[in-house]
Ligand binder design. Sequence first.
Ligand code: AHR
Length: 670
Amino acid sequence: MKWSEKLGMRGLMAGGMVFLFLCGMVHAQKTTLIVKAGENGKAISSDLFGVFFEDLNYAADGGLYAELIQNRSFEYSPTEQSDWHPLKFWELVKRGGGDGSVNVAEMRPIHENNPHYALLVVRRPGEGVGLANDGFDGIPVTGGEAYEVSFWTYQAFMGEMWGRGDQSRAMPVTVRLETRNGELLAEAAFQIKGREWRRVSAKLKPSRTVPDARLVLLAHEMGGLALDMISLFPEKTFRNRPNGLRADLAQAVADLQPKFMRFPGGCLVHGGGVRRFYNWKETVGPVEQRRARRNLWGYHQTMGLGYYEYFQFCEDIGAKPLPVVSAGVSCQHAGSSPNRGQEGLPMDEMPAYIQDILDLIEWANGPATSKWGAKRAAAGHPEPFGLKYLGVGNEDAITPEFKERFKMIYEAVKARHPEIVVVGTVGPFPAGRDYDEGWAFARELKLPLVDEHFYMAPRWFWDNLSRYDRYDRQGAKVYVGEYAAHDRDRRRNSLRSALAEAAGMTGFERNGDVVQFASYAPLFARRGHTQWHPDLIYFNGTRVFLTPNYYVQQMFSRNSGDRALEFELQRDAQNGPLAVSVVRDSRSGHLILKMVNGGDAAVPVSVQLNGLPDREFPVTRTVLTGPGPDAFNVDDQPPAVKPVAEEIRLRPAFEQELPSHSLIVLRVRP
Ligand code: AHR
């Protein structure tokens, strides 16, 4: 590099902390990191890294929600997918000369929110007539483990689809777990008697492990049965919660140690448009009374994973709940109104909608004696959930309709619940019209926190390391609610994209006085049902596949702090992109250095932790790297990109090589 070029580099200092020192020699300048480790730095958010859960890619039903039966309540509909109907994923089974039929009924539903059920008619019992379900691409069962099968039922007779039979006798029913070839894995027997809906259940323990079993329910006498909510749950859910979460997927989230969890979306909160916004009230209470509905992403939501389960999960993993509600407008991409498709809820319906939002706060935080707090208590949680943050709106176009409705909601929440921090929205992109107008609106209302989103190329993350250095310290704080580096091939995660995110996260951390929260998006994707790439965690029925991006999130979240320390990075301009942040965790007193090398060459760094006594300290060094920037973790193979941790000892001045394409976290315990 020529002298003139070197001098020109002075203007290109990234992050405001990168200094190019010219030594009067043409030799490459060694990279030096000088940390003011004896100082207290500045206060930053101790809740910076969390997760964002949205039911996209079968993240809830067929995913985190542990229910193993698909279409358990016969509510699938052609509004979801054109070939779906209430009996979709169910098969009529006739064994050993048996004969009968199945129909969908809605004359005597369990509850008005759950209108359809199946009417099974047995004309000739043979060895059984009934229904079979393969779950979500087969039902995975583990030999020797317990599963609870349950269903709602009553005896149906003449007049209801001609179910004849002797009314004085019970209907014998067996429920079996079988292999695809019909081999029996487990069985339970029931006697169903009476004309009123009731729930029956039993424990099934399959004799062996099978990834793709099926559930078969057989009636064994002539007559009829009404059937609904046919359900199969593993006993071992996350923390053994009833109606709980799939343990391995929930554990993958818990292992991130997220400080908060945003839910239920994303675009999902807009639901089916005005009057069909995602409605939290339809997602709480007994599961058979919840209103299943079409998911905005084109499939079915049972709402079995509802607000109670979200809040309980947050509590179980120590994450602050951050629910998001619609701002009273539909998604701008959904309709054809002049406001780029956005429609506002009619003004005369806003008071009721706002009341629903206030009720949510009472449901989460009110005493068990309050109207909505009592419903939470009845569900099993008398103590308040401690809701503090509430998102209003998601990526909305900042139109007059949006502003008017947002302001109404914001002012009502502020007046009734000044303790709640409302999170506003500044559009879908990191810049542009909605971003500018959203920020102007946030300033006008003096909003405490706004939600920014960016799905950008890896290069963009590197080019914008100093984005938050320039933000107004007196204005709203930032929640980077959705972000991901989308690599050239958008359908795949890679080490390159993970490191770009890591670089961006050093910027969030250095500016943790402005950036309060950040969450990667989307979180989950089921193999075979993935609608959006890339995602953080992939899975199938039995396995979880962690991406390089997941490990980056984990390394940051598990090594977060509450003070950002100043440092100088004196670097050789010939090196590739480097990003650094240094934090202290006041509780443990640990000093945590994060260094990202996005270049093709290893970078030796001389580190000086100024202000620490000159002796050896125990240090945990965690390195994430891989065979190259395109490396990704292939399902069913050992991950190519996975962090490796080791315990070492270091003095305050030491040499650390940053391998090419790597993230290194040093946790120093002075
Ligand atoms: O994360 C997927 C989608 O991306 C979210 O639903 C939406 O908010 C964003 O556009």
